[in-house]
Write a protein that binds this ligand. Structure first.
Ligand SMILES: Cc1cc2nc3c(=O)[nH]c(=O)nc-3n(C[C@H](O)[C@H](O)[C@H](O)COP(=O)(O)OP(=O)(O)OC[C@H]3O[C@@H](n4cnc5c(N)ncnc54)[C@H](O)[C@@H]3O)c2cc1C
Length: 311
């Protein structure tokens, strides 16, 4: 406690210090209430995953669905009132013994973070190639799992998680963005999909989402119908551009201008046409094969986007 009976210089200094400490304490309390309490609220108490070091958790496969010729959806069981415990944008590590060796890979869940009783992942299945007979080790193992099989899981992992109302937790700091500019390639859609599903649901806080989604052909698009439905349902919040690297142009595909289509690799011209103007309010997210990630990051940087996150 600071107590001054006279107006000496020393006491004035003490009073100023006390006031500054008071303001800082109130500021910290408001910050805690506004952000951290919300973060805790979203990362619900009954979440399965509490620490990435804890590798003792197991989940059971309860559903497997073919989404495209080489992409599968997996549904994993949680307790009835349990959530997974991740923020949208974070990922898990799945591990198993394969050929007597412990093998792990990261996956970005796509189900809503508040979903109780189960969570879902989407995986592109690779297979052996001439050069590498072990290619696709974990994804083909997942594909071979029978319903009822168990797998080890740990998490949450990741440098970026969405809190609420445009607030993100990025490298332990809260940052606010009104607009998301996403570039996804193939199964790199998964972290974007969870964010898109969550953010478009937040009707009281209408952030805008721009998605450039690149695939070899239209047969490779994951959740094609869902993305086009969002483009139709949220015409002033969700802007979809489908890019095909190995397909010739087919303007018939573009219904009523609800989404854009582009052919070939992404370049500066495409981003300048379909992305929001670069500003501090825009968070750019990139997820795909390594070569696409580095090309996309270079293009975004040269166009002046400053907040770029590569998953
Ligand atoms: C943060 C993070 C999140 C991820 N989330 C997801 C997700 O949600 N869904 C998902 O499907 N993947 C995701 N991945 C990738 C995943 O972790 C695995 O790398 C992927 O499933 C491949 O593992 P694998 O053992 O089957 O193949 P590996 O043999 O380990 O393959 C490694 C890479 O080599 C390439 N490759 C392998 N086989 C072939 C082939 N036959 N033809 C062409 N290229 C090939 C692919 O680029 C592949 O990713 C994520 C990765 C990270 C780092």
């Amino acid at each position: 406690m600071v107590c001054c009976h006279s107006q000496s210089g020393n006491c004035k200094t003490q009073a100023v210090v006390a006031t500054v400490i008071g303001i800082a304490a109130v500021g910290a309390a408001v910050y805690y209430y506004k952000y951290w309490s919300k973060s805790r609220g979203i990362r619900s108490k009954n979440g399965l995953l509490k620490s990435k070091e804890d590798e003792s958790r197991k989940v059971k496969l309860i559903k497997k669905e073919k989404l495209t010729h080489d992409v599968r959806l997996f549904r994993w069981k949680l307790d009835e009132d349990q959530t997974l415990g991740l923020l949208p944008g974070e990922h898990v590590k799945l591990s198993s013994q394969i050929n007597s060796k412990s093998v792990s890979r990261f996956y970005s869940p796509v189900s809503h973070p508040h979903q109780q009783g189960y969570f879902e992942t989407i995986t592109k299945i690779y297979g052996p190639t001439e050069d590498n007979p072990n290619a696709g080790l974990f994804s083909s193992f997942l594909d071979s799992l029978e319903i009822g099989s168990e797998i080890s899981i740990s998490g949450p992992f990741g440098q970026l998680g969405y809190l609420t109302r445009g607030n993100f937790l990025i490298k332990q700091k809260i940052k606010h963005f009104k607009t998301l500019a996403m570039i996804a390639g193939g199964s790199g859609l998964t972290p974007m999909l969870q964010l898109i599903r969550h953010i478009l649901n937040e009707e009281e806080y209408p952030s805008k989402v721009y998605l450039i989604y690149t695939n070899k052909t239209s047969d490779d698009i994951i959740v094609d119908e869902e993305l086009k439905l969002y483009a139709a349902k949220f015409p002033s919040r969700f802007y979809l551009t489908l890019v095909f690297t190995r397909q010739t142009e087919n303007p018939q595909n573009i219904q009523q201008g609800l989404w854009n289509e582009s052919y070939g690799r992404i370049d500066e011209g495409l981003l300048a046409r379909v992305f929001p103007y670069p500003s501090d309010d825009v968070l750019t997210l990139i997820c795909g094969p390594k070569s696409m990630n580095s090309a996309a990051k270079a293009i975004c940087t040269s166009l002046g986007y400053s907040n770029i996150n590569v998953f």
